[in-house]
Design a protein around this ligand. Structure first.
Ligand SMILES: *Cc1c(COP(=O)(O)O)cnc(C)c1O
Length: 463
């Protein structure tokens, strides 16, 4: 007890520390209140250390250095840049699409300066915040008008709330999807105040099923939902958007389609699996199509609705639009991204999502061979390091069953224990720019498809 008291008395007082020259730089950089609260925490920890270990804590030698370390660790952003070597290009937990340089510049500009967001330079009338982008979207999709909101989930909610107006919405049982937990079509219907009418079965839905559901005359909308994140195979039948549009036309009921990802260009021209395009849907007679800004489009998080003028006008004037509208940074990034589509020849080079998706396996494999010797030297003692072919995923529920041939560096612990593997993933996560890979088959896989800053990566890992 006495020895504890002697040790406690050797701990410095907060005021004395704060007066110390070594603390003035910290006070300047982090501010008085954060430095004081950090010191209080350190003093509590020091007392605890003395109580348990009966010695002074190691940082008693240099309080300023320890305080600096703690303050810096607390300062680290919650949104830390990482290397995405998971093999999933559009990784939802890692922020989906990387923005094109043009989009980054456009965002920086609207952050620094007032802009004509809802202001017309050629007259007194207040402009519409989606106006410029709507024109661009019409050009790219053949739509009559467009509306932009926060994300595609918001777009679906808004389409339903504004266009079904409490009426019945007919959807195939095979398309009642759940996207990432909280977004389920039946729940969204309820939230939008409409009544879901399920037709057909999980594997087969026919046009006559939709027709039967409309006989009582209460149907407000016919809806198609793209089954982005799963595929039903075998004995199946679905009704195409074109067939449904024909029925909608005959009955005078709008057909809407939640396309999920959608693509503004034909991906098969680069050997990628084709994804339905909003333009085709509208040409087939669908009244409204919604899709995400940050999936295959490769732009910022946004929800885009394109289609018929009267319906978009109803959507634009619905009270929910005000709650779900996109902010100026989103609109700026989206506009810059859409402008890249006006110049398709340079799209692959300038749009990161497409650039990464179209990297061919041979060039990724060459990159892996290039990195191998240094990684082998650095990690070879504890791990068997290998270059292996692997399959990347597009991600974000886009094209769920398609895989892209790629190459990875793999690390298998030589002692055959998972402990070493966990230590390695931990070590990679603690890097200046954390490296996120994938564990499978008792090894760590670093899929190199998304590794563009090769020099930075190698310098960091092998320093
Ligand atoms: C991804 C997806 C959504 C949700 O889009 P967010 O932009 O993530 O809100 C909705 N419907 C479908 C079919 C999807 O694939």
């Amino acid at each position: 007890m006495t020895s504890h008291r002697t040790l406690y008395s050797q701990l410095p007082a907060t005021d004395r520390l704060l007066r110390d020259a070594s603390f003035s730089a910290l006070l300047h950089e982090f501010g008085h209140s954060r430095v004081v609260s950090t010191l209080r925490e350190m003093l509590d920890d020091a007392r605890e250390h003395i109580r348990l270990q009966e010695t002074l804590p190691p940082w008693n030698e240099d309080w300023a250095a320890q305080a600096k370390q703690k303050l810096e660790a607390n300062q680290r952003s919650a949104l830390q840049p990482v290397f995405n070597l998971t093999g999933t290009v559009l990784h939802t937990n890692l922020g989906r699409a990387l923005q094109a340089e043009a989009a980054v510049e456009a965002v920086a500009q609207v952050m620094r300066s007032p802009i004509t967001l809802e202001y017309n330079l050629d007259g007194a009338a207040r402009g519409h915040r989606d106006r410029a982008l709507a024109d661009l979207l019409c050009e790219l999709t053949g739509a009559e008008d467009a509306c932009i909101v926060n994300n595609n989930a918001a777009a679906v909610l808004l389409m339903l709330a504004a266009c079904a107006d409490g009426g019945e919405v007919v959807v195939s049982r095979g398309e009642l999807v759940e996207i990432g937990g909280a977004f389920r079509i039946p729940d969204v219907m309820r939230q939008a105040g409409c009544r879901l009418v399920e037709v057909g079965t999980t594997n087969r839905t026919h046009l006559k099923d939709y027709r039967k559901a409309t006989v009582d005359g209460n149907v407000a909308l016919l809806m198609k939902v793209h089954t982005s994140n799963y595929q039903i195979e075998g004995f199946t039948k679905t009704v195409s958007e074109a067939e449904l549009a024909e029925l909608g036309n005959e009955l005078n009921v709008p057909v809407i389609s939640d396309l999920g990802s959608g693509s503004l260009v034909d991906l098969s021209q680069w050997g990628l699996p084709p994804e339905p395009m909003p333009k085709q849907m509208l040409a087939a007679g669908v009244s409204l199509v919604s899709f995400s800004g940050d999936k295959l489009l490769g732009g910022p998080q946004a929800g885009i609705i394109v289609g018929k003028k009267e319906l978009i006008a109803r959507i634009q004037s619905h009270p929910l639009k005000r709650a779900l509208r996109a902010d100026k940074m989103t609109l700026a990034a989206l506009e810059a991204t859409l402008r890249l589509y006006q110049h398709p020849e340079t799209l692959v080079e300038r749009l990161p999502t497409l650039r990464l998706l179209t990297r061919d396996a041979t060039s990724i494999s060459k990159q892996a061979q290039r990195l191998f010797p240094a990684l082998q030297t650095h990690f070879g003692e504890q791990f068997e390091v290998r270059v292996e072919p692997c399959l990347s995923q597009i991600g974000s529920g886009s094209l769920p069953v398609d895989r892209l041939p790629s190459a990875a560096i793999t690390f298998t612990p030589k002692d055959g224990r998972g402990v070493t593997l966990n230590a390695l993933t931990q070590r990679l996560r603690e890097q200046r720019k954390p490296v996120i890979g994938r564990i499978s088959d008792g090894r760590l896989w670093l899929d190199l498809r998304c590794l563009e800053d090769e020099a930075g990566f190698m310098e960091m890992l092998t320093q």
